[in-house]
Write a protein of this length. Structure first.
Length: 308
């Protein structure tokens, strides 16, 4: 059997409903031959809780579906386990809370060809249930990814969900994601940052958009503000990895100023009942993350074993 042109990868952990939606959306892709595709679903639960679901979905699939069980918790562990099984020259990542329209993959591939890109990113459209009334606009914005209106090369990068990677461009084509980010996330930032330093080409495909349907537990300010704080830690943490003390100091000072200014504005907005309160609080949290970025302040979002 010849190797597929594209390996679709969906990491999952105890989200069977979202996984089912994501997987079925890959079956509906148009503009590319099914014979050139495969799907790898990697289950990062301690128990193989997604196996029966994936095997049932495989019976509907127009291309091979490979189930991988990676019991060792961690987002990098999961991605690397899938990469080790994937055989495609290109790797397309979709999250288990995302749903891809029919032209998604074809749009990613078209942008890759047009710009000879090493990585292509597409937009994400956050979608909150109608019953979510409080801060709904902010929550949908938080879970969205917005970029240029036109397809183009980028001088920056986004996250791994809704992306296409050229395998031969990766520093390590089998296990490119660093285990040091297993539990806090940002394993994709480390990879793409290293690729940028090596001169890799990043592109944007506005037609390659996907829906994102966060689980209800994430549709709260408690979750998003903690996540915003963690996002803010990124620049300072990256400088620490590079032993760039001046960079760390610079980002910490910037973050302190942002936290102070946006924190004061957010407090005023809350007192007057402004709908912008959540957006401003988010910016304050990102600033504080730049300042408080080291060990005790790291927040674990991934790789947690279920309670027993």
């Amino acid at each position: 059997m010849s190797a597929p042109h594209v390996s679709l990868i969906i990491p999952t952990q105890r989200r069977l409903e979202g996984l089912t939606t994501a997987v079925r959306s890959t079956f509906r892709q148009q503009g590319i031959e099914a014979s050139s595709l495969e799907l790898v679903v990697v289950d990062n639960d301690v128990q193989p809780s997604a196996q029966a679901t994936v095997e049932a979905l495989a019976a509907e699939a127009p291309f091979p579906v490979i189930y991988v069980h990676e019991p060792e918790p961690g987002v990098a562990n999961a991605r690397n386990a899938a990469m080790a099984k994937a055989r495609g020259a290109f790797i397309a990542f979709l999250d288990d809370d995302e749903e891809a329209p029919e032209g998604w993959l074809a749009a990613l591939l078209a942008a890759q060809k047009q710009f000879e890109a090493d990585v292509v990113f597409g937009p994400v459209r956050g979608r909150a249930p109608a019953e979510i009334a409080r801060h709904r606009g902010y929550l949908e914005w938080f879970f969205s990814r917005v970029g240029p209106a036109e397809a183009q090369l980028l001088d920056h990068y986004y996250g791994c969900g809704d992306s296409l990677l050229k395998r031969s461009s990766l520093p390590d084509p089998v296990a490119p994601f660093s285990a040091i980010r297993n539990h806090i996330g940002g394993e994709d930032d480390l990879l793409f940052g290293a690729m940028k330093d090596r001169g890799s080409r990043f592109a944007w495909a506005p037609e390659a958009w996907v829906w994102e349907d966060p689980v209800p537990a994430r549709l709260t300010l408690d979750y998003t503000i903690r996540r915003a704080f963690a996002y803010g830690q990124g620049p300072s943490s990256a400088c620490a990895i590079q032993h760039d003390r001046l960079g760390i100091a610079r980002w910490m000072l910037i973050g302190l100023a942002q936290a102070a200014v946006y924190g004061a504005v957010a407090l005023a907005q809350r007192l007057i009942g402004s709908e912008r309160y959540a957006f401003t609080l988010d910016r304050a949290a990102r600033g504080l993350g730049k300042t408080l970025w080291w060990g005790p302040f790291k927040i674990h979002f991934y790789g947690l074993r279920p309670a027993t």
